[in-house]
Design a protein around this ligand. Structure first.
Ligand code: NAP
Length: 304
């Protein structure tokens, strides 16, 4: 166990580097989780934010190699481009066509995606069952695709994808069908059709940034979810999700995206270090950082 933290000397010439490549990441909680994990394991590693504007990813990735980084998480807006830049896609990254985690292995850059694994571990932790059940996924972006993969692995009978842009939902379904054979995947029209599906579903997952749906998307309020069903909103943060509040009002069990976030981070830790992540410490750090962000933002609002 390294004991240098209090003296502020825990970064030295041998410190191993990892980080987060993204844009608009001022309030990311990932450095808190990963640095807590490294400290808990007594590892001489550090996780830093790497603010990379759109259009600069190619240079940033070259820089990772040149500066001896072990790897980096990748977030908005770079996940798709990172998949194109990787020398090889491993695991779910090739099916999803998106990378949220890069590993530098000598001269090679390996692309991983730990979002599906994160959602699966979250389901296990919460006791969310999908076996033999229909699941409604709202959204068709990277997160929706990862969630679809996770629930298919958990034995969902059907996956219904509802998206604002139907064409994109069809694209997502086509891509997923290449890797998912045991679960039927269907694209449903927003509105009344989606409402019918909701009434048959056991689990609905909001994989869009929207807080509440209008009538054209899903019934409003979110009624009709089967008794005892689950509503999950992938957003996370201190603010209560209006969508989850509605769903709870209809007797659904609810969860936000923090479980998925923590578990995808844990999976990234495993990829870079080859070691088991200290989950409890990562979760504590997440909660403390979230509280810190709330205080920071409140301070800023007060100054304004
Ligand atoms: P993305 O690839 O950009 O996809 C965004 C999705 O949201 C698309 O389906 C888009 O529909 C839909 N959308 C956006 N604005 C909308 C609106 N006003 N009305 C209806 N639909 C709208 O983003 P992503 O990476 O999948 O992320 C989606 C959400 O999941 C974000 O809130 C993100 O923070 C969250 N997330 C959470 C985790 C976690 O670990 N908890 C991980 C990843 C993502 P169109 O196709 O019609 O544009």
């Amino acid at each position: 166990m390294r004991e240098k933290d209090d003296a502020g000397r825990w970064v030295d010439g041998r410190t191993q580097l990892v980080g987060l490549i993204g844009y608009g990441i001022d309030y990311t909680l990932s450095p808190a989780m990963h640095n807590a994990a490294f400290r808990a394991r007594g590892m001489n590693w550090i996780y830093v934010p790497l603010r990379v504007p759109p259009g600069e990813l190619t240079d940033a990735v070259k820089g990772l190699r040149a500066m001896g980084f072990r790897g980096a998480n990748v977030t908005v807006p770079h996940k798709l481009e990172a998949a194109r830049l990787a020398d090889e896609l491993r695991g779910d990254a090739s099916l999803l066509g998106a990378v949220n985690n890069l590993l530098v292995e000598g001269e090679r850059l390996l692309g991983y995606n730990t979002d599906a694994e994160g959602f699966q571990s979250f389901m296990e932790e919460e006791g969310i069952e999908a076996e033999g059940q229909p699941v409604l996924i709202v959204g068709a972006g990277g997160a929706a695709r990862a969630v679809a993969l996770a629930v298919a692995r958990k034995g969902a009978s059907h996956i219904f994808i509802v998206n604002r842009t139907e064409e994109r939902a069809r694209e997502a379904a086509g891509l997923l069908k290449r890797g998912i054979t045991s679960t039927e995947i269907r694209v449903e029209r927003p509105g009344r059709e989606a409402g019918e599906i909701l009434r048959r579903s056991r689990l609905v997952v909001n994989c869009t940034p929207v807080d509440a749906f209008d009538e054209g998307m899903l019934p409003h309020p979110l009624d009709g979810l089967r008794e005892g069903g689950w509503a999950v909103d992938l957003k996370y943060g201190p603010r209560e999700s209006p969508l989850l509040r509605q769903a709870a009002g209809w007797g659904a069990r609810i969860a936000d995206g923090s479980g998925m976030l923590i578990h995808q981070a844990a999976a990234s830790f495993r990829v870079w270090t080859g070691e088991e992540p200290p989950l409890a410490e990562m979760r504590d750090a997440y909660l403390r950082a979230l509280e810190g962000n709330v205080e920071d933002k409140a301070g800023k609002d007060a100054e304004a």
